[in-house]
Design a protein around this ligand. Structure first.
Ligand SMILES: [Zn+2]
Length: 296
C-alpha cells in the first residue's frame, strides 16, 4: 500500500472519529438533561420532542411531567437522569395538565415515593379514563397552591381554561421562571394541541400569564431555534397568532363558509416561515371554524 493511500485512509478515519458519519451531525440524543443557565437547581429533562422541568433542593426533588407516552421505560429513564444530579428523594411529581403525551409514565415516580399533584379538573378526567400508564394524582389543587421544599417555592396557578381546562402554570418566584405546557409555543406554530383548545378563554389566560412576574418560560416542547426558552415577547407573539387566526376565521365563519370551504381558504401568510406552520394550519383552522362557524 502506498504511503499516500495510507495517509488518506488515516485522514478519513480521523474525520469520522471527530465528526461522526456526515448524516448524524445534526442529530440530538433522545434523552437529555440540562441545568437552566443562571440557576443553581432548575433543570430541563427532555425525551424526544417533549420536556419537563425539575427542581433539586436540599430536602428533595420536585419533578414535573413524566413525558413517557408510548415510552414504557421513559419514567424510569427520567428518574435515572435525576439520580445523575442528586441523591435526594423525589418528593413531588406535578402534572402540567391532563394530556397523556405529557403525563403518562408516572408509575416509576410513585414507586419512588413521589406525591402526585394535579389540578382538580385533571384528576376528574383521569379518573374517568383510568389510563393504565397514568397513575391518579394523590392531591388535587384549585386556583393556587404553593409547594415549599428545601428553600424553594413553586407556585401552582390555575388561571382559567386555555389549551386544556386543567393546565397549571408553575412559577418559581425567586428564579422568575415559569413552566407552561402547550399553550404558549416558543418560536413555533400551534398544531395538534388545538384539538381541545378554548379559544376565547385562552386570550384571557395569556394576558394573565403575561401580567405575572417572570422573565423566562420553559415550554413543554423545545423552543425554536435550538431548544431555547421563551420570554414575554414570545408569549405576546403567541397571543398575536391566536388573535390573528381568530380574526381571519371570523370573516370566513360568519360568511357561512365553515367547515370545508373556510378550511381550504384559511391562510396566515405572515406566519408561514414558522416551524410547524404547514402541519399545524389545518388544526388551527378547524378549531376556529368551530368557534366562528358553530359557536363552540
Ligand atoms: Zn396538551
Amino acid at each position: 500500500m502506498s504511503r499516500t493511500l495510507i495517509t488518506s485512509i488515516a485522514t478519513a478515519a480521523l474525520a469520522v472519529a471527530l465528526n461522526g458519519p456526515a448524516n448524524s451531525q445534526a442529530a440530538r440524543p433522545q434523552i437529555e438533561t440540562k441545568k437552566v443557565d443562571g440557576t443553581e437547581n432548575v433543570y430541563i429533562f427532555r425525551n424526544g420532542n417533549h420536556q419537563a422541568m425539575f427542581i433539586v433542593t436540599p430536602a428533595g426533588v420536585i419533578a414535573t411531567d413524566p413525558v413517557a407516552y408510548g415510552r414504557p421505560t421513559g419514567g424510569q429513564q427520567y428518574i435515572d437522569e435525576i439520580k445523575k444530579v442528586t441523591d435526594k428523594p423525589i418528593k413531588y411529581l406535578i402534572y402540567s395538565h391532563h394530556h397523556f403525551d405529557h403525563i403518562a409514565g408516572g408509575k416509576a415516580f410513585k414507586d419512588a415515593g413521589a406525591r402526585i399533584v394535579a389540578h382538580k379538573n385533571a384528576t376528574a378526567r383521569l379518573k374517568a379514563l383510568n389510563d393504565p400508564h397514568t397513575p391518579l394524582p394523590d392531591e388535587s389543587t384549585g386556583n393556587k397552591k404553593v409547594i415549599s421544599l428545601g428553600g424553594t417555592s413553586l407556585e401552582l396557578l390555575y388561571l382559567g381554561a386555555n389549551h386544556s381546562d386543567s393546565t397549571l402554570v408553575m412559577r418559581l418566584p425567586k428564579e422568575k421562571i415559569i413552566f407552561v405546557v402547550d399553550t404558549i409555543p416558543v418560536g413555533t406554530f400551534p398544531g395538534r394541541g388545538m384539538i381541545d383548545f378554548y379559544p376565547l378563554e385562552t386570550e384571557a389566560f395569556m394576558k394573565k400569564v403575561i401580567d405575572l412576574d417572570w422573565e423566562r418560560l420553559i415550554p413543554g416542547h423545545p423552543g425554536a431555534p435550538n431548544g431555547r426558552l421563551g420570554t414575554k415577547d414570545d408569549a405576546k407573539a403567541a397571543l398575536a397568532i391566536y388573535q390573528d387566526a381568530s380574526a381571519e376565521m371570523k370573516k370566513l365563519g360568519q360568511a357561512g363558509k365553515c367547515w370545508d370551504e373556510a378550511e381550504k381558504e384559511f391562510k396566515l401568510e405572515k406566519y408561514a416561515t414558522l416551524p410547524g406552520y404547514a402541519n399545524g394550519l389545518p388544526f388551527v383552522a378547524r378549531r376556529y371554524c368551530g368557534l366562528w362557524g358553530r359557536g363552540t
